[in-house]
Design a protein around this ligand. Structure first.
Ligand code: COA
Length: 257
């Protein structure tokens, strides 16, 4: 499928989704939000895709935020609708996606861009990355989950500071905050993402899917993640993957899932 604002490349069971509006530093307009949803929906059903790498085209930006020119004249109800639809279509959808999503942050990840990276299951960054939630400088607050996911990832005090100052942190500080897991020179970023995808794919994708759900349940109101874990742990015993994984270990060979 062809997209106006995205590139989707597939090889060796890894899909790369690149936000592709380099002239606008990959800013997310509504059309791009819809396309991200459509692309991920297709990847969910695609048996030839196990892991997804999410990044931006060009060397300057991952995503520099929601498209400010698009929402500048929105009313209160349009603003609410923008946040609500975006969260359902993309940010919650990705956070709960059954296949692993690695965000490769290759430059500015601001506002909706950082929120997009935070919706991925984990993040790595190039050493030129700059991350922040500048919304309060525009008279608005993060609307794509930033007020919730940033404190989960970096702690409340650091999140409050980042949101209140509207400033950017560099890759080194993001690493120190635990916002990204690794930082490498830009030319090595995609290699690292592919290497991590390769490591993930050696494991049971069924088990990984269940683990994503259990981890996410820690952050869901009214849901007991420990119970999710117990149930999913039990269910795993009924899968072919469990048979293969344990049999391989006992026979001193590599599992073939
Ligand atoms: N929405 C819409 N357009 C954006 C954008 C955004 N969030 N971020 C960048 N762009 C556009 C610029 O308007 C410019 O377009 P133009 O060439 O048609 O004028 C183009 O992308 C390049 O950006 P520019 O500002 O010229 O690059 P820079 O290197 O001088 O600055 C940033 C880079 C990221 C510091 C700056 O673009 C910026 O502050 N962007 C907005 C970040 C933001 O507040 N995001 C949160 C939105 S909720």
């Amino acid at each position: 499928m062809n997209y106006e604002n995205l590139l989707v490349e597939k090889s060796n069971f890894v899909a790369k989704v690149l936000i592709n509006r380099p002239n606008k530093l990959n800013a997310l307009n509504r059309a791009t939000i819809q396309e991200i949803h459509d692309a991920f929906k297709a990847l969910k059903e695609d048996d030839e895709v196990k892991v997804i790498i999410l990044t931006g085209t060009g060397e300057k930006a991952f995503v520099a935020g929601a498209d400010i020119s698009e929402f500048a004249n929105y009313s209160v109800s349009e603003g609410k609708d923008l946040a609500a639809k975006g969260q359902v279509l993309v940010f919650d959808y990705l956070a709960n996606f059954p296949k692993p999503i690695i965000a490769a942050v290759n430059g500015f990840a601001l506002g909706g861009g950082l929120e997009l990276a935070m919706s991925a299951h984990f993040r790595i960054a190039s050493d030129n990355a700059k991350l922040g939630l500048p919304e309060t400088s525009l008279g608005v607050i993060p609307g794509y989950g930033g007020t919730q996911r940033l404190p989960q990832l970096v702690g409340k005090g650091r999140a409050m500071e980042m949101i209140m100052t509207a400033g950017m942190i560099n890759a080194e500080k993001a690493l120190n905050y635990g916002l990204v897991n690794e930082v490498v020179p830009q030319e090595e970023l995609m290699n690292l993402a592919e290497k991590l995808a390769g490591k993930i794919m050696k494991n049971s994708m069924l088990a990984i899917q269940a683990a994503i759900e259990a981890v996410n349940d820690n952050y869901r109101d009214g849901v007991n993640g420990f119970e999710t874990e117990i149930n999913a742990f039990g269910e795993a015993f009924g899968t072919e993957d469990f048979k293969e994984g344990t049999e391989a270990f006992l026979n001193k060979r590599k599992a073939n899932f």
